[in-house]
Design a protein around this ligand. Structure first.
Ligand SMILES: Nc1ncnc2c1ncn2[C@@H]1O[C@H](COP(=O)(O)OP(=O)(O)O)[C@@H](O)[C@H]1O
Ligand SMILES: [Mg+2]
Length: 324
């Protein structure tokens, strides 16, 4: 069997914050706290969780844009941290990224053609003529015109700019695209168009996504698997259908309640409750918010445990959560 596209092993990322006083110890933030997962080619994985749960940090670790504090990450069986600069450059062509803000991630002074071609010129040996040809092809693939290569980002709508960012990410024919909140900045009507495009391209190019979003409704379109993150940890992971049908972690249930349902008379979107600032003690970090919490939850942190094939949750009461 060939190696998984991404293998994350007990990833941890700790950031030191500025000291309040010179003599005080630097406070730390544990952004990612022991995350392990396997991403198989053809099974796009979504990472979902509220703001501050560590999703973007995880994305940067997977892309090797920063090193983990502990743990390691293998891409197609290779540890990127062990590669030479030349090997890393070639490896990067296989792993591309799309960011939330399509305007911020496109250089306003560069033509769209230049921006789309840039990974080709930076990471591969493709010559000018080939670059031009591939740019025209990618523009067509994302529903834009070849002539758009001569224009600048401000001449496009938000949805079109995200199509441009996707064309840029796909031009090296990567195996994996890490998309961090790719549609969060777009109008809801445009979100569906971009997500549909991503799904079409997944099949057409044989690309797999690591899709990051705070919104479960968004990932439903694209993801085969979903990992739910809470305070730097994966608290539930399951195939998409199973997660929607049988959520096993109370936090996943809260997120699902925030997803608008297609029922008449239920048009308002309930938001997941904001996080109270609390001490992280020894127990489950979700216990202070949890309607299922019992005494055990306040003293013993649950580890991720298997409930059924492919479905795991970090909750002492997962069986009751599924049943209730
Ligand atoms: N470069 C950084 N320096 C210090 N703290 C950071 C840095 N990046 C992220 N954090 C902190 O790590 C936590 C997780 O952040 P992030 O990964 O951006 O979460 P998300 O993408 O889910 O909103 C937050 O508390 C954030 O403030
Ligand atoms: Mg983020």
């Amino acid at each position: 069997m060939s190696a998984a596209l991404v293998e994350a092993e007990r990833l941890r990322k700790v950031y030191a914050l500025p000291r309040e006083r010179l003599t005080a110890p630097a406070p730390q933030v544990v952004a990612v706290d022991g995350v392990s997962f396997t991403l198989q080619a053809g099974r796009s994985l979504a990472v979902v969780g509220e703001s501050g749960s560590g999703k973007s940090t995880l994305a940067r670790l997977v892309m090797a844009l920063e090193p983990p504090t502990a743990g390691r990450i293998l891409q197609s069986g290779r540890d990127l941290a062990a590669l030479s600069p030349g090997e890393l450059r070639r490896a990067r062509a296989d792993f591309q990224m799309v960011f939330q803000d399509p305007y911020g991630s496109l250089d306003p002074r560069r033509t769209v053609g230049w921006t789309i071609a840039e990974p080709l010129s930076a990471l591969t040996d493709a010559g000018r003529a080939e670059q031009r040809e591939r740019v025209a092809e990618m523009l067509a693939q994302v529903g834009l015109r070849a002539a758009d290569a001569e224009k600048y980002p401000h001449e496009f709508s938000g949805g079109q700019r995200q199509r441009i960012a996707i064309a840029r990410a796909l031009i090296t024919r990567p195996k994996l695209i890490v998309a961090d909140e790719p549609v969060s900045a777009l109008d809801v009507s445009v979100q569906a168009q971009v997500l549909n495009l991503m799904r079409e391209l997944e099949a057409r190019f044989g690309v797999t996504y690591l899709l990051i979003s705070h919104d479960l409704a968004v990932v439903n379109y694209v993801a085969a698997e979903i990992a739910v993150m809470y305070r730097g940890r994966i608290v539930e992971q399951a195939p998409t259908r199973a997660l929607f049908d049988r959520p096993a972690h109370p936090y996943t249930r809260a997120l699902l309640e925030a997803v608008p349902k297609p029922e008449p008379g239920r048009t308002r979107r309930r938001r997941a409750r904001a996080e109270p600032a609390g001490e992280i003690g020894t127990g489950c970090s979700f216990a202070p918010r949890c309607p299922f919490a019992i005494d055990r939850c306040r003293v013993e942190a649950p580890s991720l445990r298997k409930l059924e094939t492919g479905h795991a949750a970090a909750c002492h009461r997962a069986e009751e959560v599924i049943a209730g």
